[in-house]
Design a protein around this ligand. Structure first.
Ligand code: NAD
Ligand code: UDP
Length: 338
C-alpha cells in the first residue's frame, strides 16, 4: 500500500518510512523541512534499498496535498508533521495551533476529497496531563494539558473524534506516544534536535559526546523511587512497528481507535544516567537543579490494549535504547550536519 508519511524526514517519520518499506508498503513523504534535514532522504533510501518519493511542502498547503493525492493512489496517511517543542509552544501558541491543528484539518479535508479514509495520528501521552494514577490506561481522563503543544494534540484528538462519529466509514487511529528515544541500529537515522535539546536523551548523548558540559537533573524530590522524574521510554523502532501494526490490524476496521505506545516500565532520570554510564564505561557529569516548571513526577503506560488488539508490544530494553542513541550520536556528532 502507498502510505503518505507527513513529516517523514523527521525523527519518528524517518524510522516509520523504513518500517513501512520493510513491511512491504511504499512510503511517500511530505515534509517542509522546518525541523529536519534533507540529508535524511539519502539515509532512508540507503536503508530501504530504493529511492524515496519526497515532496517538499507544507500540510497547510491544500494544493500540494491535492497534487500528491492525484499523482499517487494513497491507501493511508501516517501523520507525523507538526511542531513539538513544549517550551516554544508557550512562546508561540499561534504557530502551534496553526501548524498542528489547522494543518491536520487541512489534511483531513484533502483526504476526504480524495476518498482516502485511513489515518494514523501521532498523539502524545501529554494529553493525559498530570495523571491521577499510573500506569495510565487509554480510558484515563484527557484534556488537563499544561501547554499549547499538549492542548493542540488534545484539540486534534477531539476534532478527529467528532469527525469519526460523523464519518463512520473512516478508520482513524490515535497513537499516544510515551517517550520515544533510541535510533535505527545502523546509526544512519536518529534524533537531530536543533539548538539546546529539551528532552533528556538527546541532552545526555550531547554531554557524552562533549557538546555540552553537564547534565542538569531537574529535581530529586519527586515521590518516585529515587526522587527523580519517571517516564516510559520506548525505542523508536518499537514505536514505528506499532504504527505498522495499527495500519495492518485497524486500517480496515472503521471507527476511532486509541492506543498507548509505551513499554509499561517507569524509568527515572537517575536510572537513565546509570544505563548511559554503563554503556560509556565512565560517569557522565551531572548536577541536581530545581524542578523544571510544568514537569510531572511520573508517567508510564498501561500497554495491554495494544498488545491484545494490535498484537504489538515493545521488544527493546533500556540498554538497547541507550546503546542505539549513543551509536547514532557517535556516528553523527553534529547530527545530519556531521
Ligand atoms: P520531528 O520534528 O523530528 O518531525 C516532524 C517533521 O514534520 C519534521 O521533519 C518537520 O520538518 C515536519 N513538519 C513540521 N511541520 C510541518 C508542516 N506544516 N508541513 C510539513 N512538514 C512539517 O518530530 P518527531 O519527534 O519525529 O515527532 C513526530 C510527531 O510525533 C509529532 O507530531 C510530535 O508531536 C509527535 N510526538 C513526538 C514525541 C517525541 O518525543 N518525539 C512524543 C509524542 C508525540
Ligand atoms: N530531564 C532532566 N534534564 C534534562 C531534560 C529532562 O532532568 O536536561 C528530566 C525531566 O525533568 C523529566 C525527564 O527527564 O523528569 C524526561 O524529560 P523529557 O523532557 O525528555 O520528557 P517529558 O518530560 O516531556 O516527558
Amino acid at each position: 500500500m502507498k502510505v503518505l508519511v507527513t513529516g517523514g524526514c523527521g525523527y519518528i517519520g524517518s524510522h516509520a518510512c523504513v518500517a513501512l518499506a520493510a513491511a512491504g508498503h511504499e512510503p511517500i513523504v511530505l515534509d517542509n523541512f522546518s525541523n529536519s534535514n534533507p540529508k535524511a532522504v539519502g539515509r532512508i533510501e540507503k536503508l530501504i534499498g530504493r529511492s524515496l518519493v519526497v515532496y517538499q511542502g507544507d500540510i497547510r498547503d491544500r494544493l500540494v496535498l491535492d497534487c500528491i493525492f492525484e499523482q499517487h493512489r494513497i491507501g493511508a496517511v501516517m501523520h507525523f508533521a507538526g511542531l513539538k517543542a513544549v517550551g516554544e509552544s508557550v512562546a508561540k501558541p499561534l504557530e502551534y495551533y496553526d501548524n498542528n491543528l489547522s494543518g491536520t484539518l487541512n489534511l483531513l479535508a484533502a483526504m476526504r476529497a480524495a476518498h482516502i479514509y485511513r489515518l494514523i495520528f501521532s498523539s502524545s501521552a501529554t494529553v493525559y496531563g498530570d495523571p491521577l494514577t499510573v500506569p495510565i490506561s487509554e480510558t484515563a481522563q484527557t484534556g488537563a494539558t499544561t501547554n499549547p503543544y499538549g492542548t493542540s494534540k488534545h484539540m486534534v484528538e477531539s476534532c478527529l473524534r467528532d469527525f469519526s462519529a460523523a464519518n463512520p466509514d473512516w478508520s482513524i487511529t490515535l497513537l499516544r506516544y510515551f517517550n520515544p528515544i533510541g535510533a535505527h541500529p545502523s546509526g544512519l537515522i536518529g534524533e537531530d534536535p536543533t539548538g539546546i535539546p529539551n528532552n533528556l536523551m538527546p541532552f545526555i548523548t550531547q554531554v557524552a559526546i562533549g557538546r555540552r558540559d553537564t547534565l542538569s537533573i531537574f529535581g530529586n524530590d519527586y515521590p518516585t523511587h529515587d526522587g527523580t522524574g519517571v517516564r516510559d521510554y520506548i525505542h523508536v523502532q518499537d514505536l514505528v512497528e506499532g504504527h505498522v501494526a495499527a495500519l495492518e490490524e485497524r486500517g480496515n476496521v472503521s471507527g476511532l481507535h486509541v492506543y498507548n505506545l509505551g513499554t509499561g516500565n517507569g524509568v527515572s532520570v537517575l536510572d537513565m544516567v546509570a544505563a548511559m554510564n554503563k554503556v560509556l564505561g565512565r560517569e557522565l557529569p551531572v548536577r541536581i537543579e530545581p524542578r523544571r516548571a510544568g514537569d510531572i513526577a511520573q508517567c508510564f503506560a498501561e500497554v495491554d490494549k495494544a498488545e491484545k488488539e494490535l498484537g504489538w508490544s515493545a521488544n527493546h530494553d533500556l540498554m538497547d535504547m541507550v546503546e542505539h542513541s549513543w551509536n547514532w550520536q557517535q556516528r553523527n556528532p553534529n547530527g545530519y550536519q556531521s
